[in-house]
Design a protein around this ligand. Structure first.
Ligand code: LLP
Length: 413
């Protein structure tokens, strides 16, 4: 994990200043140990209860990260054909893949059926018909769960709350039983479970438990109707601490609450955690370019920007920022940390108390392992930085920094 030792900031046994110097900045650094530790926390907490942990690939889809999790036996939650191909390339087992998402194309469905994925989490009756048709043409049977919308408030940022009736996600829980009944007419589909995901960065998981209760009640009805429901998929969403001192529930505590609720139903429990597996395992390294004072404010301009980490601009998200070398002077600075992009929305931190910083100083923007690189863009023709994996005392580049040639690939005059 990330820690200071002798005034220098480390990822496991590697001095981050060394990585910043050799790989340049901006760059993303992930701790393999931290990722595997979070995965094992889920796996161990479920213990003997039948379960499948399907890491939500969208949180961080780097092949090096997926390969690490695949090797540990983790399953995957995907939302596109691209994510499926990544999982397969990384050595993931298709039999441990669930395909979520509110819109799936015919080509994606075909690829998923041909690959032999475990289950489709379906969001409409039209989607069931589409999968059934393709499965019939291929001569296979597709297993599905309906993603139900339980009308439960996840209490998180409105952009990442998904379980309320007016959201685009899932099938209203009140309509689900009838849809399952009608699904019996599909010759090449089999109802295998019920899925639910009410949002992301949920710090009070009582909302997830409330949704679980509603889904369990639905499963009881479906079983009376003769459906062979073998699993419940509770989605992802467990929140993490982004700020020093912020309280976030532990994985073990969360899982034990789920275990208690699902109890002796005989169901296999599936979860789709993304952020809680990779979020705290990554930082974004950046270098101070200059400092700038206006009559009302002070700014620290760095070489990372909203294109590298969009969470502050998009969700007003807080990310702690630490210097890679603790400055000798104790003076502090009250400033915004901003990137070079031509938008006022391009900030990484606002009104932040920081140590005094000078051009050339390097910083780590914390908790950038989830929804960091994956949401990065080339806005302002900025090449995306490298991704680096630290394994104990060694580190390697798992994705190279983009070049100008990468930026214009496929373009013509
Ligand atoms: N399953 C489904 C169906 C999802 O839609 C998501 C996330 C997950 C699992 C994983 O959720 P997690 O465990 O990571 O919370 N870009 C936003 C987060 C968007 C989450 C979208 N869905 C952010 O940076 O906060």
């Amino acid at each position: 994990m990330f820690h200071y030792s002798d005034g220098r900031y480390f990822c496991d046994q590697v001095d981050l200043e060394v990585i910043a110097r050799e790989a340049g900045t901006p760059s993303y650094v992930y701790s393999a140990n931290a990722i595997l530790k979070a995965y094992s926390a889920y796996d161990d907490a479920f213990g003997a209860m039948p379960h499948m942990i399907c890491y939500a690939v969208k949180a961080n889809s780097s092949l090096g990260v997926l390969a690490l999790l695949a090797k540990a036996g983790c399953g995957f939650d995907i939302v596109s054909g691209g994510e499926l191909q990544r999982v397969l390339r990384a050595g993931g087992d298709p039999a441990r893949v669930v395909f979520s998402g509110v819109g799936k194309t015919a080509a994606e469905i075909e690829l998923a059926l041909r690959s032999g994925i475990s289950n489709f989490n379906c969001e409409s009756e039209a989607e069931l018909a589409e999968i059934d048709g393709i499965a019939w043409r291929l001569g296979v049977i597709g297993r599905f769960s309906l993603r139900v919308n339980p009308d439960v408030d996840a209490v998180t940022h409105p952009y990442i709350s998904t379980g309320l009736r007016d959201h685009k996600f899932g099938i209203d829980i009140g309509e689900a039983r009838a849809v399952y009944s009608r699904s019996k007419h599909f010759t090449n589909l089999r109802a295998a479970g019920v899925a639910c995901h009410i949002g992301s960065q949920i710090l009070d998981y009582s909302s997830i438990l409330e949704a679980t209760g509603k889904v369990l009640a639905l499963i009881a009805e479906l079983r009376t109707d003769g459906h062979l429901i073998d699993h419940i998929d509770l989605g992802g969403g467990l929140g993490i601490a982004y700020e020093r001192g912020e309280r976030a529930p532990g994985i073990a505590e969360f899982v034990s609450a789920i275990r208690e609720q699902v109890g002796t139903s005989g169901l296999k429990v599936m979860v789709e955690p993304g952020r809680s597996i990779v979020g705290q395992a990554g930082v974004l390294l950046t270098t101070v370019l200059n400092r700038k004072k206006t009559p009302s404010k002070e700014f620290v301009v760095v070489d990372a920007a909203m294109n590298d980490l969009i969470r502050p601009a998009l969700y007003k998200a807080h990310h702690d920022i630490f210097p890679l070398k603790v400055p000798v002077a104790r003076d502090v600075l009250f400033a915004d940390v901003v990137g070079p992009i031509c938008e006022t929305g391009d900030f990484l931190a606002r009104d932040r108390l920081l140590p005094v910083l000078n051009p050339g100083d390097r910083l780590a923007i914390l908790t950038a392992g989830a929804y960091g690189f994956v949401q990065a863009s080339n806005y302002n023709s900025r090449p995306r930085g490298p991704e680096i994996l630290v394994e104990g005392d060694s580190w390697r580049v798992i994705r190279e920094r983009e070049t100008f040639e990468d930026l214009i690939r496929g373009e013509s005059l």
